[in-house]
Design a protein around this ligand. Structure first.
Ligand SMILES: CCCCC/C=C\C/C=C\CCC/C=C/C(=O)SCCNC(=O)CCNC(=O)[C@H](O)C(C)(C)COP(=O)(O)OP(=O)(O)OC[C@H]1O[C@@H](n2cnc3c(N)ncnc32)[C@H](O)[C@@H]1OP(=O)(O)O
Length: 311
């Protein structure tokens, strides 16, 4: 059941049949909804009752059949950094859940409490060829499109630090619950001499407003959970051991709203940004490749890596 992803066509078919309706068909036609790809194969995903995971086990997925709530746990020790394999696994899992008509919601969290996700794996953009960096960036774009454009209720259960790409993942979700305490979240790209792309900057503006986003992005701010709550960067705080339970409770509230109306409303507000990235994908890849492989940026990345190691 879980071994194939058939892309847009199967989602359209499955949902128009299951929802029995013209409305769904019109919805998909209007919004070009869901993963932006044709026939795809999930990387040897094994189905085993309610629990399945990718071959490398870097992303673990369990689904409660009764409620239709899936939990996606990032499992890439030590800090869930987003390397190529991780991006491919995340995207595959998001698309698979998208195509599973019994799935209604996903909770994204970390298998290792205290670090939700350390962002992009910096080693993937350090002293790599321009082609490699370009392919890496496209994997990030595709993963983001599948999460941000999802019909599901998407909830980030941020059970630890969530800098840069970790914040990007959270921002792509519908709602964010973060662990109380000393954990930080934010888009600290400028600290690495990197510039967040337009689609990431826009989600930050959409979530916390223009002034705060502009300031946060310029200074590469990392905020504590309390400050993030105050800014609206996260929606709720919970003790770290309760983040998952609180997320499940919150999802259940969201699931009281009819799926169709909720998903159409979500897509109506997200479609412009999704379309913009789809349209400017190659330009965005080129910018990332050219910026990241510049010698001055490579030196900044090296210094940042040294700082991290010396910590
Ligand atoms: C208009 C022009 C547009 C141009 C566009 C151009 C460019 C766009 C560019 C970028 C935008 C992309 C958006 C995303 C960017 C990113 O995500 S960059 C990554 C930023 N991440 C960070 O800064 C986080 C760094 N890590 C930490 O702060 C901490 O590790 C922690 C997450 C708080 C966890 O702390 P702790 O539990 O104490 O763990 P350690 O620090 O000891 O780390 C363990 C080992 O892991 C290594 N590591 C940590 N983070 C990363 C990482 N992101 N990548 C690779 N490796 C990482 C760390 O060095 C330790 O390694 P050793 O054990 O010492 O070997």
């Amino acid at each position: 059941m879980y071994s194939f992803i058939l892309g847009n066509e199967s989602i359209k078919m499955a949902l128009s049949v299951s929802a029995g309706g013209r409305v769904w068909r019109k919805f998909f036609k209007t919004f070009n909804f869901g993963p932006n790809s044709a026939l795809k194969r999930f990387p040897t995903c094994t189905a085993n009752g309610r629990l399945y995971s990718s071959s490398s086990d870097n992303v673990l997925v369990s689904k409660d059949e009764k409620s239709g709530i899936a939990t996606v746990r990032m499992n890439n020790p030590p800090v869930n950094s987003l390397n190529s394999a991780m991006l491919v696994s995340l995207r595959s899992c998001f698309e698979e859940l998208e195509n599973d008509k019994s799935c209604r919601a996903l909770i994204l969290t970390s298998q290792k409490p205290k670090v939700f996700c350390a962002g992009l794996d910096i080693l993937e953009i350090y002293r790599k060829s321009p082609d490699y960096v370009a392919q890496f960036w496209e994997k990030l774009q595709d993963m983001w499109l599948s999460l941000y454009g999802s019909r599901l209720v998407t909830m980030a259960a941020i059970n630890g630090h969530s800098p840069a790409g970790g914040c990007l993942l959270s921002l792509a979700c519908d709602y964010r619950i973060m662990a109380e305490g000393k954990f930080t979240i934010g888009l600290n790209e400028t600290q690495l001499d990197l510039v967040a792309p337009f689609w990431l900057r826009q989600t930050m503006v959409d979530v916390i407003g223009y002034r705060q986003a502009e300031m946060a992005l310029m200074i590469g701010a990392l905020y504590t959970s309390n400050k993030a709550l105050q800014l609206g960067l996260v929606d709720k705080l919970a003790p770290i051991e309760d983040v998952q339970t609180v997320a499940e409770e919150e999802v259940k509230n969201w699931l009281k709203i009819p799926d169709q109306a909720r998903a159409i409303t979500k897509m109506a507000s997200r479609k412009p940004l999704l379309d913009e990235l789809r349209k400017r994908k190659q330009e965005d890849i080129q910018t990332f490749r050219d910026e990241t492989t510049r010698e001055s940026v490579q030196i900044s990345i090296q210094q940042y890596l040294e700082k991290l190691k010396a910590k």
